[in-house]
Design a protein around this ligand. Structure first.
Ligand code: PEP
Ligand code: MN
Length: 338
């Protein structure tokens, strides 16, 4: 159950509601949305009646949600959430593409990548500075040096920057440089990190973990919303299954499923989802046809020489081809490519 207080509710009005919740033996969590205080009643049973709160002073609405996730659900908010990244919208009519190398390797590689991305008509540049590698012997990223290069690329091209934050201690520094903070699959359930990101207002791109169910995925998003940051973009990036011919299995079923039960935007990463560059364009077309709000794709000016994920990185020519092909699909379902 969520109790929505009126905008002009006083501290005392809110305290009265909280006292009643505690008297009834429940706990609560407070969050804020569009100027309203929201009180989420935790562990409430369906029989906890609306009438217990709806007549209290300055209570605007009481919403019953019998799902484990509350703030992320469509019952809580029926309209799609559209996230504004400095004037560029994610989750609206337009489809966004985020492209760039898996890792930032050096200045030349990143500046060239940024030019290629911009020339393909794309508005967002991705690039990992802090890399969550499976092996400790693999390239771990340039760290803050990589963030500085991203800032330089933004200055030169005007592209918005998407980059991963792996550790709670690095949130502030990554937030200083990034327009969108990415949470990788390996950290989807790092709840301390999610809570810290919930205190920011910058958009968070939350990737699904290898083995997360839809409920677990949405509950991770709930950790961020619940601390007050509503700007969460979900990202399907493939899950572990028994198949061995691709790196992961891209679960496109989750796109319409999320659209049905949540108001948050969802984008798809066919690069990690397939692990093979030759499957990235077909699965990008499929993702847009399935209703995704965008794509996150890896592109390298010279994939054979990439420090990470070269085998799944598009060439510059194929990035341009991808944008042209998804335009046709977007138009056919009444959407546009940004
Ligand atoms: C990435 O996008 O570079 C990445 C590491 O992805 P994931 O967390 O999905 O493995
Ligand atoms: Mn990668």
């Amino acid at each position: 159950m969520i109790i929505v207080m009126k905008k002009h509710a006083t501290k005392d009005d809110i305290q009265n509601v909280l006292d009643r919740i505690l008297e009834m033996g429940y706990n609560y969590q407070i969050s804020y949305s569009e100027g309203n205080t929201l009180i989420v009643v935790l562990d409430s049973q369906p029989e906890l009646g609306k009438e217990k709160f709806i007549f209290m002073k300055n209570v605007d609405n009481v919403i019953q949600i019998n799902k484990p996730y509350k703030l992320t659900s469509r019952e809580f908010k029926s309209d799609n959430t559209v996230i504004d990244v400095d004037g560029i919208k994610i989750g609206g009519e337009e489809i966004v593409v985020i492209a760039g190398p898996c890792s930032i390797e050096n200045e030349d590689q990143l500046m060239l990548s940024a030019e290629i991305v911009k020339n393909a008509g794309i508005k967002f540049l991705r690039g990992g500075a802090f890399k969550p590698r499976t092996s400790p012997y693999s390239f771990q990223g340039l760290g803050e040096g990589g963030l500085k290069l991203l800032a330089k690329a933004r200055e030169k091209t005007g592209l918005k920057i998407v980059t991963e934050v792996m550790d709670s201690a690095e949130v502030d520094i990554v937030a200083d440089y990034a327009d969108v903070l990415q949470i990788g699959a390996r950290n989807m359930q790092n709840t301390k990190l999610l809570q810290i990101l919930g205190k920011l207002r910058k958009p968070i791109l939350l990737k699904r973990s290898f083995s997360a169910t839809l409920n677990e995925f949405l509950l991770s998003a709930e950790y961020i919303l619940n601390k007050g940051n509503e700007n969460v973009i979900l990202c399907e990036r493939g899950i572990r299954t028994f198949v061995e011919y691709t790196r992961n299995t891209l679960d496109l079923n989750i796109v319409p499923a999320i659209k049905q039960i949540s108001h948050l935007p969802i984008i798809v990463d066919p690069s990690h989802g397939t692990g093979k560059s030759e499957y990235v364009i077909p699965m990008s077309r499929a993702a847009i046809a399935a209703g995704a709000d965008g794509l996150l794709v890896e592109m390298h000016p010279n994939p054979e020489n990439a420090s990470s994920d070269g085998e799944q990185s598009l060439t510059p020519q194929n990035l341009t081809k991808l944008v042209q092909e998804i335009k046709v699909i977007a138009n056919s379902i009444g959407r546009k490519i940004l």
